[in-house]
Each structure stands twice: as structure tokens, then as C-alpha cells.
Design a binder for this molecule. Structure first.
Ligand code: S3P
Length: 184
């Protein structure tokens, strides 16, 4: 039996793993539109993620994140989706992401994540005295979900283009690469 088509490409992984950069790269080479669920939440609230956490709390953000994941995944036009690092925490999100998306985990080591995320203060969960410990805790609790991805892509020794090309090669060979002009 043929597998049902997973029309979107979904990038998951911790903060700083390169989901948005790789997503934009893949969108550029395939012409498939890029969607960033954090950006959808920000546009909806007209606030940055950091401000949403500060003003309304994480749970409020998670509700909006869930709403945006639902809208994105049920969209019939294929897209390349960068999720927030915590999108996989909720079972309902995992169902949507895995059912409608070819899910790729960008697997990065803590040193790389720390180096990248320390460049700006946009991540409320890491605006604390020991971001390394927090990243280690998040990785320990989330890895079981990340590792359920259709494809695990180690990123620490690769640049954005190499990561993108690796994913593209596997995705194209899978049954899930959208045909040109495909709206299904
Ligand atoms: C979060 C990751 C962030 C953003 C929010 C929470 C998380 O997205 O959704 O700050 O829980 O890991 P990025 O992974 O794109 O930084």
C-alpha cells in the first residue's frame, strides 16, 4: 500500500539548530513557500515571542503556536515549515506535523546551540543565568520526540547549504516530495 502523501516539509529541533535558515534555503532552491510558525504567532499578536511570553505567559504562546500549526498543516498548498523548538511537546501538534509533513530533525550539539542562541536575546526560555543547563534539560526531555522524525539530520559539522542539500536529496527520493504545481 502506498503511504499517504505528507505534503509539507517540517523542520523540528532545538532553538539555534537552523530551522529557519535551512527552511529559507530549501524554499529558495525548490520554489516551495516557506512558513515559520513563530513568525505567524508574532504577526497574529503584533508582538515578538519574547514579549508574548512576558505579557501573557508561555501557555498562551503554546495555544497560539498550536493554532498556527493547525492552520499551516491543514493548508493544501505544500510548504516548508520551520517550527518553534517546543512545538513537538504537545501531542496534538505532533499528530498534525507527522500526519501532513515529512518531518526532519535538525540534530545539533549543545555547544553549537549555545553559540548560536547567545547571539541575541530573542529566546525567553534562554534569558536566564545558565542557558547551557536549560538547553541540556530541554534536549533531554524533547529528544524522544525529535527522534521520531522521518529523517534525522546531524547539523553540527555542516553549513546551511550542506544541510539543505542533504535533506533535499532524501526528500526528493521519498514519496513525499510535492510534484510541480501540486496543490494536494
Ligand atoms: C521555543 C523555541 C522558539 C520559540 C519560543 C519557544 C522552545 O523557537 O518558539 O521561544 O520552546 O524551544 P525557535 O526554536 O525557532 O528559536
Amino acid at each position: 500500500m502506498t503511504q499517504p502523501l505528507k505534503r509539507h516539509l517540517v523542520l523540528i529541533g532545538l532553538m539555534g539548530s537552523g530551522k529557519s535558515s535551512v527552511g529559507r534555503y530549501l524554499s529558495g532552491v525548490t520554489g516551495i513557500p516557506f512558513v515559520d510558525t513563530d513568525a505567524l504567532v508574532e504577526a497574529h499578536e503584533r508582538k515578538r515571542v519574547r514579549e508574548i511570553f512576558a505579557d501573557s505567559g508561555e501557555e498562551y504562546f503554546r495555544e497560539l503556536e498550536h493554532e498556527m500549526i493547525g492552520k499551516t498543516m491543514l493548508e493544501t498548498t505544500p510548504s516548508i515549515v520551520a517550527t518553534g523548538g517546543g512545538a513537538i511537546i504537545r501531542e496534538a501538534n505532533r499528530k498534525l506535523l507527522w500526519q501532513h509533513g515529512f518531518v526532519v530533525y535538525l540534530q545539533a550539539g549543545i555547544d553549537l546551540l549555545l553559540e548560536r542562541t547567545s547571539r541575541n536575546s530573542s529566546r525567553p526560555l534562554l534569558s536566564i543565568s545558565d542557558p547551557r543547563l536549560k538547553l541540556e534539560e530541554l534536549l533531554a526531555s524533547r529528544a524522544p520526540y525529535y527522534e521520531q522524525a522521518d529523517l534525522i539530520c546531524p547539523v553540527s559539522a555542516k553549513n546551511i547549504q550542506e544541510v539543505g542539500e542533504f535533506i533535499l536529496a532524501v526528500w526528493k527520493k521519498s514519496a513525499h516530495f510535492p510534484a510541480a504545481g501540486s496543490g494536494t
